[in-house]
Design a protein around this ligand. Structure first.
Ligand code: NAI
Length: 300
């Protein structure tokens, strides 16, 4: 979507960190932005910041827990009442849920997957029909993570969700291109945000956790000044929307690790002759044009 000016975006987790960086970049580019966030204190400080910007009336904020499907529908109605049709959806809300899988309890899995994957699903289920109906073109950005491409230990729940968000984005991309809706999987590396405060958004109903102590410790961990600035992240997302990128990466440092992962996969295929007859029978499963398009665009 090259032309973003005057269009409307809906950004979940938009009141802090990366979501706020995305919202700021989109507002600066002339969009109207609806910020949806579960933390009222984040909303208040984000609105204070926008009040001092050039375009304070281009931002509308509402409280939303992305796991609440009815509230999501009401938030979409509210967004449309405020700014009209929504053209960009950033499914970004999330928290760090980290720790060894050996101590994870069902509440950890249910909360983690509920927000990090379920929240994205709910965003799509809420907004996709509305985007198809207005037919003016749209773009969906799903925040995954570099960890979704390059998994590390002690983050199984997080990685399960983030890897699924990449697969989900690729699947959507395959289906929606013809309908004028672009889809990007956004995979940032470390960014200076409030992600360490995740436990503050953990609902009581998911209180039987194996990570209680770890979450307290995580909250004390400071950001490094070497991590990326959230606004820079937001600008990269804006550029990705404009170019209709399938993948939006932020950190060159992860390239070699990703390369090793993909080579490990390729090296694990059976080293045996191709069965031509079988290949023909399943040729619809053997490739996907979305990948060729990325390579083609990189070449040009
Ligand atoms: P953040 O804590 O600064 O911002 C996340 C926002 O999401 C917060 O304002 C929080 O209140 C909101 N949120 C949390 N649960 C929610 C829910 N159930 N419903 C609605 N809003 C909710 O953290 P950050 O880092 O900006 O996180 C944004 C996304 O970026 C997350 O999906 C995270 O996994 C991802 N990410 C972050 C990285 C980092 O280094 N900070 C790296 C890779 C991915």
């Amino acid at each position: 979507m090259e032309e973003v000016e005057g269009r409307t975006a809906f950004v979940t987790g938009g009141a802090s960190g990366i979501g706020l960086g995305i919202s700021t970049a989109l507002v600066t580019a002339g969009m109207n932005v609806v910020i949806a966030d579960v933390r009222q204190d984040h909303i208040a400080s984000a609105l204070e910041g926008f009040a001092e910007s050039d375009r304070p009336t281009s931002v509308h904020a509402l409280e939303l827990d992305v796991t609440d499907r009815d509230a999501f529908a009401r938030a979409a109605d509210d967004a449309e009442r405020t700014f009209g049709r929504v053209h960009v959806l950033c499914n970004n809300a999330g928290m760090g849920i980290l720790g060894p899988v050996t101590v994870a309890r069902y509440d950890d899995w249910d909360w983690g997957l509920g927000v990090l994957l379920g929240g994205v699903v709910n965003g799509i289920q809420t907004f996709l029909p509305r985007m198809l109906e207005h037919g003016e073109g749209a773009h969906i950005v799903n925040t995954s993570s570099m960890a979704g491409v390059l998994p590390v230990p002690n983050a199984a729940i997080y990685i399960t969700a983030k890897a699924a968000v990449i697969g989900l984005s690729e699947a959507l991309r395959s289906e929606l291109a013809e309908k004028g809706i672009g889809v990007s999987a956004f995979c940032p590396g470390p960014v200076q945000t409030n992600i360490r405060e995740g436990r503050r958004t953990r609902p009581e109903r998911y209180g039987d956790s194996g990570y209680t102590e770890l979450e307290r410790e995580l909250e004390e961990r400071p950001n490094s000044p070497l991590w990326m600035d959230p606004y820079e992240c937001g600008e990269r997302v804006l550029a990705g929307i404009r170019r209709n990128d399938l993948y939006i990466f932020t950190h060159r440092e992860f390239r070699d690790g990703a390369d090793e992962r993909f080579r490990a996969m390729l090296a694990s295929f059976p080293d045996e002759p191709l069965n031509e007859e079988r290949a023909q029978a399943i040729d619809f499963l053997l490739s996907n044009p979305i990948f060729g398009e990325v390579l083609e665009r990189r070449r040009s």
